[in-house]
Design a protein around this ligand. Structure first.
Ligand SMILES: CSC[C@@H](O)[C@@H](O)C(=O)COP(=O)(O)O
Length: 369
C-alpha cells in the first residue's frame, strides 16, 4: 500500500524548491533554491532542517547551480580543474551552514571524493557526474527510510510483549526532515500501516517546536492517532500511559553509538531507562560517523537566544520571557550509548552485546556492506 506523505523537497533537473518550514503548519509555501548561496541560507535559517534533508538540499543546490552554469556560462566549467575547484569551494561553504548533523559532511566528502576519482573526465562530464550523484541522494534516502520503517516496526513489535503499542517521538523526523517517509516517524508510519499502533505521542520540542508545528502536522495530515504533549510531560506520560517505546532520530551517531539529536533527547533517554521503556534511535548509515569515537567529540550547535525567549505563532512571533534574562540555547544533546536500546538503520537493527554499554557499529557495518 502506498501512502502520500508531505514533500519537503521538490526537484527536477535545474529546479529545486523547498517547503519553507518556518511557515508551517499555517502556510504551505515553496521557495526556489537556484544556487548554493540560497542553499546555505535555507539551511542556516532552518527553512529546511533535519539531518538528511539538510544534506540533500545542500547537494541539490550545488547540482542546480552547476546545471545552470553549463548553459549560461560554459567557459566557467570547461575543464576538469575548474569544475573540481568550483565544487570543492562550494562544498566547503555549504558545510559552514550547520555543524552538528553529520549527513551534510558525509555528502560533501562523497561528492569531493567523486571529483577526485574522476580526474580524467572533461569539465562538463565531471559536472554531470556530480549532478547525478546529488540526484541519487534524493531517491536513495526515501528507500533507506522505508527500510528503517520496516526494521524498526518489526523490532518494536517483537520486543513489546503486546499486540499494539503506544510510542512517543521527539522533534521532527518525518517527510519534512528527509527526502520522504522519515526515520523515527517512518517507523511510526509502519506501525500504523501494520494496524499495530495504538497511539503516537509527540513532544512540542521547545524551543523551535519541531514537534508541535511539524510532527503534529504530519501526524494529523496522515490521520495517525496522536496526541501532543509539552516536553516537561514525558516522564508523567511514561508512568501513566503504558508507552512501550520512545523513537527518535539522530543528527550524528558516534562510533560507539553515543547519539546527538535534538535538545531534550537525553532527558527522554534517562526517563525511558527509569521506566523500562525501549529507547530507539532511527537513522540511515549516513548519520553514523565512524571518525567520531564518542559523543564527547560531537560539536553541538548553539543558536540565538531569541528562539528561547520568543515563540512563533500563526500571525506573529511573540516574546515569552522576561526581557534581559540570559539564555543558553544548545540545539542538540548527546545520549550515551548505554541508554539506547537499539539503533535502527536502513541495513538492519544494531543492538548491544549482553553486558556491554556500547554498540559495535564497526562490526555491524562490516557484516552488512
Ligand atoms: C530525520 S531527522 C533526525 C534529526 O535531524 C532530528 O531529530 C533533529 O534533531 C532535527 O534538528 P533540526 O534542528 O530541526 O535540524
Amino acid at each position: 500500500m502506498t501512502q502520500k506523505t508531505l514533500e519537503a523537497i521538490k526537484y527536477k533537473r535545474g529546479d529545486l524548491q523547498v517547503l519553507d518550514q518556518l511557515r508551517l503548519p499555517f502556510e504551505t509555501v515553496y521557495e526556489a533554491v537556484p544556487n548554493t548561496v540560497q542553499g546555505h541560507h535555507v539551511i542556516k535559517t532552518m527553512k529546511v532542517r533535519g539531518a538528511p534533508a539538510i544534506a540533500i538540499v545542500a547537494a541539490l543546490s550545488l547540482a542546480v547551480e552547476l546545471n545552470a552554469l553549463l548553459t549560461t556560462s560554459p567557459t566557467t566549467l570547461d575543464t576538469n580543474d575548474k569544475v573540481a575547484t568550483f565544487v570543492n569551494e562550494k562544498l566547503e561553504y555549504l558545510k559552514t551552514s550547520r555543524p552538528t548533523a553529520v549527513n551534510l559532511f558525509e555528502a560533501s566528502e562523497r561528492l569531493s571524493n567523486l571529483v577526485r576519482d574522476n580526474g580524467d573526465k572533461s569539465g562538463p562530464e565531471l559536472a554531470s557526474i556530480v549532478i547525478t550523484e546529488a540526484e541519487e541522494m534524493l531517491i536513495k534516502d526515501v528507500q533507506d527510510n522505508k527500510n528503517i520503517g520496516k526494521f524498526g516496526c518489526e523490532f518494536i513489535l517483537a520486543n513489546a510483549n503486546s499486540d499494539s503499542v503506544r510510542v512517543l517521538t521527539h522533534c521532527n523526523t518525518g517527510s519534512l526532515a528527509t527526502a520522504g517517509w522519515g526515520t523515527a516517524l517512518g517507523i511510526v508510519r509502519d506501525l500504523n500501516l501494520s494496524g499495530k499502533l495504538d497511539h503516537c505521542y509527540c513532544t512540542e520540542t521547545r524551543p523551535y517546536n519541531q514537534g508541535s508545528r511539524l510532527t503534529a502536522y504530519e501526524l494529523v495530515y496522515e490521520n495517525i492517532p496522536s496526541t501532543l504533549i509539552c516536553d516537561s510531560m514525558a516522564s508523567a506520560l511514561l508512568k501513566l500511559k503504558n508507552v512501550k517505546a520512545i523513537i527518535v532520530g539522530a543528527d550524528r551517531v558516534a562510533a560507539n553509538g553515543d547519539t546527538a539529536n535534538k535538545i531534550g533527547t537525553y532527558q527522554l533517554a534517562i526517563t525511558a531507562a527509569y521506566h523500562n521503556v525501549m529507547f530507539i534511535v532511527a537513522a540511515p548509515l549516513t548519520t553514523i560517523d565512524m571518525k567520531t569515537l564518542s559523543g564527547d567529540a560531537i560539536v553541538i550547535e548553539e543558536r540565538a537566544g531569541v528562539e528561547v525567549t520568543s515563540t512563533k505563532g500563526r500571525t506573529a512571533t511573540v516574546e515569552v520571557a522576561a526581557p534581559g534574562i540570559g539564555v543558553w540555547n544548545p540545539a542538540f544533546d548527546v545520549v550515551p550509548a548505554s541508554l539506547i536500546t537499539a539503533i535502527v538503520t536502513n541495513k538492519g537493527v544494531i543492538t548491544k552485546n549482553k553486558g556491554e554499554d556500547f554498540f559495535r557499529i564497526d562490526e555491524f557495518i562490516k557484516n552488512n556492506q
